[in-house]
Write a protein that binds this ligand. Structure first.
Ligand code: SF4
Length: 305
């Protein structure tokens, strides 16, 4: 298989043709930079906080956000924020890679933990409160990322969600008829700005997982490609398998989900505008909540019983 641009050996076959290593890297980086510009994900005066884990997506988004700033001669502040969920034999390895990566690329890194704020995920899941580990993890992770990004005066929280992640969330929301949440997803999150929330932006929104994986391999990033031991247990895993089998049979299915959603997003946001739940301070911790007690504190109350 030859690159359609230069006839060198191709490393990937895309819908518009096969690409060699250097043309693929160029194609991938341009796609990310165009996503940032098209969806106005970064403004000149933003303080950027990159949500990182040391996995392939977060290292890629960290590297390319920095490259985007350098290329456009932007002086935005850039820090990395990682959450240690307390998952034995998994997270410590990716955090080691992350520390090395941040040192090499001169990005300040802050690591916060479930253990300090709540309890480790391993401990929480042993208590068997009828919640899947991913549900607890998702609530606490979002909570800590928002809290610490806010404390460091960040105006944008940059995440490494890729096209596969987003297609999965869209389908999950459709299957659960959750249009409230659908209005909050997309390349940049949120319907209305609020002081208690830092807006999330996703530069890898249009990058399929297999392209991100190939990019990190070709760039030689030190990445653990192992999966979280809890990843097979959630609803998302079934959706992931469903989408992968659809994609194998009907190429372009994942992109189709994203394209359709982007067409509908303005309508969904408009519809949700008047129905936005009132955000208040949690009566336990003072963080953002749409009920008197936020979901993170509610979980702790159940776990302590
Ligand atoms: Fe957390 Fe689930 Fe992701 Fe593991 S797979 S890091 S438990 S959300």
């Amino acid at each position: 298989m030859e690159c359609y641009k230069c006839q060198l050996k191709a490393v990937i076959k895309l819908q518009h043709g096969a690409l060699c290593k250097s043309h693929f890297i160029n194609y991938f980086e341009e796609k990310v930079f165009k996503t940032i510009s098209k969806f106005k994900l970064i403004n000149r005066d933003d303080n950027l906080c990159i949500a990182t884990s040391g996995g392939k997506d977060s290292l890629t988004v960290l590297y390319l956000t920095k490259k985007y700033l350098q290329r456009n001669k932007l002086n935005n502040t850039l820090t990395a924020l990682a959450v240690d969920e307390g998952i034995a034999n998994y997270r410590e390895k990716t955090l080691d890679d992350l520390k090395e990566f941040c040192q090499t690329h001169s990005v300040p890194l802050k690591i916060v933990s479930f253990e300090k704020a709540f309890m480790t995920l391993d401990e929480a899941q042993k208590k068997q409160i009828g919640k899947k580990p991913c549900n607890i993890c998702g609530v606490w992770r979002r909570y800590l990322l928002n809290k610490h990004a806010k404390e460091s005066k960040s105006t944008k929280l940059v995440t490494g969600h890729n096209l596969d992640d987003e297609a999965q969330v869209i389908l999950m929301n459709i299957f659960k008829a959750n249009t409230k949440l659908a209005g909050r997803i997309g390349p940049s999150s949120g319907i209305e700005e609020h002081d208690l929330f830092v807006q999330r932006v996703k530069p890898l929104y249009l990058c399929p997982e297999k392209e991100v994986r190939l990019y990190t391999l070709l760039k030689g990033f030190k990445v653990q490609y192992t999966e979280c031991p809890y990843s097979q247990e959630g609803y998302r895993h079934y959706i992931q398998e469903l989408l992968n089998s659809l994609e194998n049979k009907y190429r372009g299915s994942k992109q189709g989900v994203i394209n359709s959603f982007l067409e509908l997003l303005p309508l969904i946001k408009e519809k949700e505008q008047g129905r936005v739940e009132k955000i208040q301070e949690c009566n336990e911790c003072g963080e953002a909540a749409n009920q008197p007690t936020c979901n993170a504190c509610k979980l702790m109350i159940i776990l302590k019983k």
